[in-house]
Design a protein. Structure first.
Length: 382
């Protein structure tokens, strides 16, 4: 069969053979002189791990501290740290430090010092995170404040003060747990924020001074579970199986919280407090107690049941107790201790309380007690 290909001409064959035998002669060449000395093409170790390890070389200690951080920067552990009798574990002596425990544990020796301390006045902007501390006098001690602690597990600090976390003003504590400490699990100063923390089997679970904000914290089997002073905001926290539940000061709010099965009172508040949407069930004392004589608190939309004493008790005057449900308590459902006219009591529902559902049962600021089917007053109690 005849094909359609033609034989190459002699000139084309010569050109092809020249290209095969001498290809370089047919291509242009650039300069072969190097433009400069060879430069590194890979990252340095400092660029890959831009932090300083805590060790005897980089952060040497002295007679009272195992390791000392004296320069601002980012630091990390490379392994567990075992404490030395009479020494603090790590002392931070400068501003602007981030210390990452890197998932490792710091364990104190017999008669230990503090696990991590911020030493010297005025040290600020300290971040400590991600590790375990056990068997120290205080797990973390920073009385200067302005620090942030996260993902720390503080366990069995039983020497001297025995606090898990003991820090100053304007601090943030989040996702931390403090368990089996002989002092406070977490103790903070003024204007601190605590979020998603667990405190269990401490003398005091959480203690805060004025202006503290607590969200989604859980306190169980402590002597005192959550105790904060004035101007507070507590939301969606739980206190169960403690000796005392929530104990709060003046002029704040506690909302959406749960206080159950505490030995004594579920929630104790002073004057000017808004207690709303809380559940206080099965406590040995009253479910909710407004203790201050000056009053001016609001107790609204709460459920109190099965407490050993009153469901809601008010020792002040001028409180507003509204739209609560109090059932099966050992004392009264709602007890306005100040007597007739002391508090405004409207739109509540009480039933099955051992000492009576309401006391007093009438007054100038007490809505009439009626049954739902025949109620004629929109403010009636039931």
């Amino acid at each position: 069969m005849k094909n359609n290909f033609t034989k190459p001409t002699l000139a084309a064959a010569v050109l092809l053979s020249s290209f095969i035998l001498h290809p370089a002669s047919l291509l242009g060449q650039g300069s072969l002189t190097p433009s400069g000395a060879p430069a590194p093409t890979m990252k340095t170790l400092a660029q890959i791990e831009a932090r300083t390890p805590v060790d005897a070389i980089n952060t040497p200690g002295n007679a009272s501290e195992q390791f000392i951080i004296t320069q601002p920067g980012s630091y990390y552990l490379t392994g567990d740290i075992s404490g030395v009798t009479g020494k603090d574990g790590i002392s931070i002596q400068t501003n602007d430090v981030t210390l990452d425990l890197n998932g490792f544990a710091m364990t104190g020796a017999s008669a230990p010092g503090n696990g991590i301390t911020v030493s010297g006045s005025g040290m600020v902007n300290i971040v400590i995170r991600n590790g375990t501390m056990r068997n120290w006098s205080n797990g973390v001690l920073d009385l200067n404040g302005y620090c942030e602690l996260e993902r720390l597990r503080i366990y069995a600090c039983q020497y001297d003060a025995g606090n898990g976390i003991y820090i100053g003003d304007h601090c943030v504590v989040k996702n931390c747990s403090a368990i089996y400490n002989s002092g406070a699990g977490i103790q903070v100063g003024n204007d601190c924020v605590l979020t998603d923390c667990l405190v269990c089997s401490n003398s005091v679970g959480i203690f805060g001074l004025e202006g503290c904000v607590l969200n989604d914290c859980h306190a169980t089997t402590n002597v005192v579970s959550i105790n904060v002073e004035d101007n507070f905001d507590i939301s969606h926290c739980t206190a169960d199986l403690n000796a005392h539940g929530f104990s709060v000061g003046n002029n704040g709010r506690i909302r959406g919280c749960l206080a159950c099965a505490n030995t004594y009172i579920g929630i104790t508040a002073q004057a000017g407090v808004n207690v709303s949407e809380c559940t206080a069930d099965g406590n040995g004392g009253s479910g909710i107690l407004i203790e201050a004589s000056s009053g001016d608190s609001v107790v609204i939309d709460n459920h109190v049941a099965g407490n050993g004493l009153d469901g809601i008790a008010s020792f002040g005057t001028g409180n507003r107790i509204e739209h609560n449900k109090a059932t099966s308590n050992g004392g009264h459902g709602i007890n306005s201790v100040g007597g007739s006219g002391a508090d405004i009591i409207v739109r509540n529902t009480c039933s099955g309380n051992s000492a009576g559902n309401y006391t007093p049962t009438s007054g100038t600021t007490f809505a009439p007690i009626q049954t739902p089917a025949t109620a004629t007053n929109s403010f009636a109690n039931f």
